[in-house]
Ligand binder design. Structure first.
Ligand code: ASP
Length: 440
């Protein structure tokens, strides 16, 4: 029998109605054996996630303020799920323990983790699955990193005896038995760890979108979905801000070759996006996705004969490194070098960076361009397809977009272009149209 690990995000478990959809999905396939829930998320756009309510409530408790109203609002969220599902079940004892631990200052991580803990208890009851507290199976080292050996050993041993279980996401325990959480959105990581431990055939990550889209839907109306994407392509797109999945969720499953399928709880019939190590087929459109970001700046350093000066590049980068400004790209000419950095990072240390550039490199001229957006056009198909770059630049020229910078890694997985921020939407749309719209 196949084994799938299924993780459901906060919006998928925000109220009883969403719980019902989740249960239908899980129970429709016997292979969906291990379930990792988030805490209840937003039910409508200006609703508050239970995790945020817990943080705020705990902060009040630590200040010694009266937190009973805030605590009641949290209990109400869970109690209404329980009653709307018609469950004969109560979390009152847990609420009492949690309240006491808030007064006893059990920690912000402990507080936030209760969101997933309580939701996991309800879901286990509703499904008739065994509840496994993540504190007993997910372990951190003293320095806060995951103790993956111990976690993997204990988790796989424990789950080998349990046919179907609910393991709450987001937290685990420290060597001194206190609770620690991953960073925000960390239930994705728990799902990935569980999938690796039980050697699942597939890790399904259920959310409120049908996977990744070829580009930002705020720029192109109804963009095509990405059906299959490789881990490498995903890295390139997420770096530019196309996020659906927590970055650290990739490593545990990737290491053991388990694919991830991003699915939509509200449209389970949609295929979603499958994330794999190696895709045998090229995507339908040559490119897999387009993503970009505004807010970059270019520092241009010019100096005659710089190419013959040994160590010039190192001295340039040192000026940024010493101020903690990381560089994104570094295209260079014969007598000029451009360093592309995050604009706000640069502006926080601009004078110091410039002073050490002048001191270290004795340039003829330095110029800063503060109007740069980067656009990454990503696709494993570009390697085998002649003329991709030509099509990109023709499309941009046609749309009257001036290209300020071009960067293509030797892996030929992506082409990055630098453009003016005002051209960001036009450029994205032009590239989407040439590869996708014209093919439809
Ligand atoms: N509930 C946590 C958060 O809001 C973790 C998660 O949902 O993955 O960040």
């Amino acid at each position: 029998m196949q084994t799938k690990v299924v993780k459901f995000g906060g919006s998928s478990l925000a109220d009883a109605n969403q719980f019902k959809k989740v249960a239908d999905i899980i129970l429709s396939e016997n292979s969906r054996r291990y379930v990792v829930p988030s805490a209840p998320g937003k039910r409508f756009s200006d609703d508050i996630k239970v995790t945020d309510m817990l943080y705020a409530c705990y902060d009040s408790a630590v200040k010694g303020a009266d937190f009973s109203e805030q605590f009641k609002a949290i209990m109400d969220r869970y109690n209404s799920i329980i009653s709307d599902l018609g469950l004969d079940f109560s979390l009152d004892k847990d609420f009492e323990i949690i309240r006491a631990c808030f007064i006893g200052r059990a920690g912000r991580d402990y507080a936030a983790s209760r969101g997933e803990y309580l939701n996991g208890k309800i879901l286990a009851k509703y499904l008739g699955f065994t509840f496994v507290d993540a504190a007993e199976v997910i372990f951190f080292n003293d320095n806060g990193t995951l103790d993956s050996d111990k976690t993997n050993r204990v988790l796989s041993e424990k789950l080998s005896y349990i046919e179907k279980a609910v393991i709450p996401g987001f937290y685990g325990s420290m060597p001194n038995d206190t609770i620690k959480t991953f960073s925000r959105g960390g239930s994705d990581i728990t799902g990935s760890i569980v999938a690796a431990a039980v050697k699942a055939d597939l890790y399904e990550n259920w959310t409120d979108v049908s996977g990744f889209l070829l580009c930002d839907p705020r720029i192109v109306e109804n963009p095509q979905p990405i059906v299959t994407i490789t881990y490498k392509e995903l890295r390139e797109l997420s770096y530019m801000g196309a996020t659906v999945l927590h970055e650290d969720a990739i490593f545990p499953v990737r290491k053991v070759g388990i694919p991830i399928n991003i699915k939509n709880t509200n449209r389970p019939e949609d295929a979603g996006t499958l994330i794999v190590e190696n895709a045998s087929s090229q995507s339908e459109y040559t490119i897999t996705g387009i993503a970009g970001k505004k807010g970059f700046a270019t520092v241009n350093i010019e100096k005659d004969m710089m190419n013959s000066e040994l160590g010039f590049g190192r001295r340039v980068l040192e000026a940024f490194e010493k101020q903690g400004v990381s560089f994104e790209h570094m295209p260079s000419g014969i007598d000029a070098m451009s360093v592309i950095v995050n604009k706000s990072e640069l502006e926080a240390h601009e004078q110091e960076v410039l002073a050490s550039l002048y001191r270290n490199t004795k340039p003829d001229h330095i110029e800063i361009d503060r109007d740069l957006a980067l656009l990454a056009i990503v696709g494993r198909g570009m390697k085998s397809q002649r003329g991709t770059a030509a099509r990109i630049f023709a499309a941009l020229a046609h749309a009257h977009v001036n290209v300020k910078m071009i960067d293509q890694g030797s892996s030929e997985l992506n082409i990055i272009v630098g453009i003016s921020e005002a051209d960001f939407k036009t450029a994205t749309k032009a590239i989407y149209d040439i590869f996708v719209t014209e093919k439809l």
